[in-house]
Design a protein around this ligand. Structure first.
Ligand SMILES: NC(=O)c1ccc[n+]([C@@H]2O[C@H](COP(=O)([O-])OP(=O)(O)OC[C@H]3O[C@@H](n4cnc5c(N)ncnc54)[C@H](O)[C@@H]3O)[C@@H](O)[C@H]2O)c1
Length: 391
């Protein structure tokens, strides 16, 4: 892999979809993509209003002729250029993800898409098929599983350090909807978030439940097989879902608990994971993302840090600054962008590359099946199976 960018001869060119000047996640995506030099943000569409989109592109520093009014226009014009985009990154309201992804894949581009990948499992399976048929790459922006310490957590599970898994506990507690935001001043963001047709099958799952389930499945290496869920609202009278708590049966029978809410006053992006095996447990918390706690039964607990010299080289390589200097979500996103670029460049050059762990469309589709199973369980009051991917 060393020298891959040089052998490829140029960074990949990214078309941005969404993430206008007022969107924090837009700034994070663009910065992450360019952080290590694998990508250049070359073009974009930043609003559903063509005039605003063009103006926003210029305000963000994009060339006026590559600040487009619509996604269709960007795909058509970029295809005509000798230096056209190689991929698009989607960070628009949730109801647009499927159509923009499908259009880009059909145009022969790779996709980095924010979550949820689609409205439902059926659409996600359709994208799985398009990716496979077109030989394209599709990454999902699950930053939490791209931190060095969540990657190392997965490594510890895989190499048997924890022994046979018994229990996974995962939660994501936020306060963004702890008050009646429905009754406050509205803006474009609330307009789509508070409309279930636009934000997804269950708002809290589209917003943070996706990340939470993916973190548990990624670190344990286990999909969720069955679920019994309490899906509802913590704030009386709310029409969008702000709370889901569930018991999980993972693929191998490991038990799990899952809680997500955006309506916990005082909560602050508290995503936390604990995995217990028959030999010990590990714990990771997003407030302190560069550290992982490992407690083996009957022994003194250890705190492992990003940059510790005994870590495997592929884990050390995911960090950029010496131990003790903070890194965060931008760097985690940059790891996803770096891996997608390496995957694409290696394929273009016909070089073999070990499988890279960035989240893929299959992961996004499993999440959609998980969300549907939670909703089915709420309706039936029983355990429900999570649909497997076709084929
Ligand atoms: N991965 C993460 O950690 C994370 C964090 C926050 C948000 N997100 C995701 O990012 C997406 C956007 O969320 P947000 O909070 O930034 O929303 P937002 O409403 O603040 O921003 C949406 C942006 O998309 C633009 N837009 C809307 N329609 C468009 C269209 N048709 N074409 C091009 N641009 C269009 C808007 O102008 C705006 O700039 C959501 O899917 C959300 O789930 C992901």
């Amino acid at each position: 892999m060393a020298g891959l960018l040089e052998r490829h001869g140029r960074p990949l060119r990214l078309g941005i979809v969404g993430g206008g000047p007022e969107s924090w996640i837009g700034r994070l995506h663009r910065g992450a993509a360019e952080l290590d030099g694998w990508w250049r943000c070359a073009a974009g569409v930043f609003s559903n209003d063509p005039a605003r989109s063009r103006a926003a592109g210029v305000a963000l520093g994009f060339a006026p002729q590559r600040s487009y009014g619509t996604v269709q226009e960007m795909l058509a014009r970029e295809r005509e250029r000798s230096d056209g985009i190689d991929a698009i990154a989607i960070m628009t309201p949730n109801d647009t993800h499927y159509a923009f992804s499908a259009a880009a894949l059909d145009a022969g581009l790779d996709v980095v898409c924010d979550k949820p990948v689609t409205h439902d499992f059926k659409e996600a399976c359709d994208l799985v098929g398009r990716v496979a048929r077109g030989g394209r790459l599709f990454a999902v922006a699950h930053g939490y599983t791209a931190y060095p310490m969540t990657r190392y957590a997965r490594h510890l599970v895989r190499d048997g350090t924890l022994g046979r898994l018994r229990l996974v506990q995962v939660e994501y507690i936020q306060s963004g909807m702890a008050t009646r935001v429905e009754d406050g001043p509205q803006n474009n963001r609330f307009n789509w978030l508070l409309d279930p047709k636009r934000s997804g099958l269950a708002l809290v799952m589209s917003a943070i439940g996706c990340h939470t389930q993916h973190l548990a499945s990624f670190v344990t290496g286990l999909p969720v097989a069955r679920v019994v869920a309490d899906v509802g609202t913590l704030l009386p009278g709310r029409t969008v879902v702000d709370y889901v708590s569930a018991m999980l049966a993972m693929g191998d029978g490991t038990r799990g608990t899952f809680t997500v809410t955006q309506a916990a006053a005082g909560g602050e992006n508290d995503i936390r994971l604990r995995v217990y095996g028959d030999k010990g447990m590990l714990e990771w918390w997003h407030r302190d993302p560069s550290y992982l706690r490992l407690a083996m039964h009957g022994e003194m607990a250890k705190v492992i840090a990003r940059g510790d010299p005994f870590l495997p080289p592929e884990i050390i390589a995911l960090g950029r600054t010496p131990r003790g200097h903070p890194e965060g979500l931008r760097e985690a996103f940059a790891n996803i962008y770096a891996e997608v670029a390496q995957d694409r460049m290696a394929r273009t050059l016909g070089e073999a590359l070990p499988a890279l762990p960035y989240p893929r469309i299959e992961d996004g589709a499993h999440t959609m099946a998980f969300i549907e199973a939670c909703l089915s369980s709420q309706a039936s009051g029983r355990w429900e199976d999570v649909a497997p991917l076709p084929g």
